[in-house]
Design a protein. Structure first.
Length: 433
């Protein structure tokens, strides 16, 4: 079947995502042409090693190790970048845009740190730079935020945007596994890297939170601006207490804005206790989900696979077809317009907290601890006490909403109490159980 406008694609990178995209373009060419009127021909694939065996079949002569030559070829209409990292991806994308070629990328690190420069280059060239796959894999998220909700006054975007950490926390919750055992299982299944730092310490989610702040609020934010905590300090005991109190523990990326449209924006990633009645609480295993709160639209949630070759390639293909359609129509879609917005520091956050203390089992201990909480304007909503054999007593508090700076000052004072032998978890609580 030869129907459809033919466009030639240059692919930079042929790893997990690039290989899956090659497969989709080969398997679905006729269906894509029938549905869209476009036929995408893979013209060149740039890789680090042309000698390496690949799981997907590639036409003879299509491979090259010279990515710059792919970008510079006059017969390439569109460029897809799935190399990852900042360089050489940034230089290659800028060259493609300058040459008038639309670019599709799945590169969260690049977009989170250099998005402003790249979007300006795309706007100057009058072509698309699309990046749906950079945040939540197969979930259509960037396009709805940028287009369907462009007129919406968005209050908050909050979500599970890292499948590795969600898998680990799900296993800890459902089987009682320790953090280390759950991480080992995630690594054995291929959900976590040998070095899991980017995932478990929140760096991956922080990059995605920065992109969400760019798109949803137009805030000029980079990954380094995002307050970040990971999950490596979470214990099975924390999860068990959360469940008993009616909460699930999730690593959340949260972006919200004060009431005024030009008010400060808070961008953060940290573990949170979410009421089991909240839609995000039931998101299991390696799935991602993003919860959007708008002034007129109300509450929306998008759920799906947030990683993996095929899910991510699906998002890349959707962007590729969008860019191809706009190119044949002689234009480009809506770009991301950023402006300078004040960032609300974590110290200004107001939230309920879960606080876990190990204390000496002596008279007056509770009075001493309560006195510290009160002096720092931290009001207790609920408290549990249980004996810990050979270690004293465990006190678990859920507070009323308190300022982060007050809570941190309270922790500092608690560390100075002789009767407090260990401060366990301090976890922010989202909503009420």
């Amino acid at each position: 079947m030869d129907t459809g406008t033919r466009l030639r694609v240059g692919l930079l990178g042929c790893g997990n995502v690039g290989g899956a995209l090659v497969q989709l373009l080969a398997d679905d060419a006729d269906r894509i042409a029938t549905r869209t009127g476009l036929r995408l021909d893979l013209a060149a694939v740039a890789v680090r090693s042309a000698a390496r065996e690949r799981e997907v079949p590639l036409p003879e002569g299509i491979l090259t190790t010279d990515a710059a030559s792919v970008v510079g070829r006059a017969d390439i209409d569109l460029v897809v970048e799935v190399i990852g990292g900042i360089e050489p991806a940034r230089t290659l994308i800028l060259a493609a845009l300058k040459a008038g070629k639309p670019v599709v990328t799945a590169n969260k690190e690049l977009i989170a740190n250099c998005g402003s420069e790249l979007w300006e280059a795309a706007a100057t060239a009058g072509v698309d730079l699309l990046f749906e796959a950079s945040v939540a894999g197969a979930i259509p998220l960037i396009r709805p935020l940028r287009e369907s909700l462009a007129g919406e006054r968005i209050r908050r975007v909050m979500g599970i945007v890292n499948g590795t950490t969600n898998f680990i926390l799900s296993r800890m919750s459902e089987s009682g596994a320790s953090y280390h055992d759950a991480l080992a299982e995630a690594q054995s299944l291929g959900y976590a890297e040998r070095d899991p730092t980017a995932d478990v310490e929140g760096f991956d989610a922080a990059a995605k939170a920065a992109i969400l702040a760019n798109v949803a609020f137009g805030a000029r934010v980079v990954a380094g601006d995002v307050y970040r905590e990971g999950i490596s300090a979470i214990t099975a005991a924390d999860i068990a207490v959360a469940r008993r109190l009616g909460y699930a523990l999730k690593l959340l990326a949260i972006v919200d804005q004060d009431d005024s449209a030009d008010g400060p924006v808070a961008v953060r990633v940290h573990p949170a206790m979410v009421p089991v009645t909240h839609p995000l609480a039931s998101v299991r295993d390696s799935f991602n989900a993003v919860f959007i709160e708008g002034e007129a639209a109300g509450q929306l949630m998008l759920l799906g696979r947030g990683a993996g070759g095929m899910p991510t390639a699906s998002a890349v293909l959707g962007d590729l077809l969008d860019a191809a359609h706009n190119l044949t129509a002689g234009g480009a879609g809506r770009t991301v317009a950023l402006h300078q917005v004040a960032l609300r520091p974590i110290d200004d956050l107001t939230s309920p907290y879960y606080l876990d203390l190990l204390v000496a089992d002596l008279p007056g201990v509770l009075h001493a601890v309560s006195g510290v909480l009160g002096r720092h304007s931290v009001s207790v909503r609920s408290m549990e006490q249980e004996g810990v054999e050979g270690e004293g007593a465990r006190l678990v508090f859920i507070t009323h909403p308190a300022l982060e700076r007050d809570m941190q000052a309270c922790l500092h004072a608690l560390r100075g109490l002789d009767v407090v032998t260990r401060i366990g978890g301090l976890i922010r609580v989202i909503g009420a159980a």
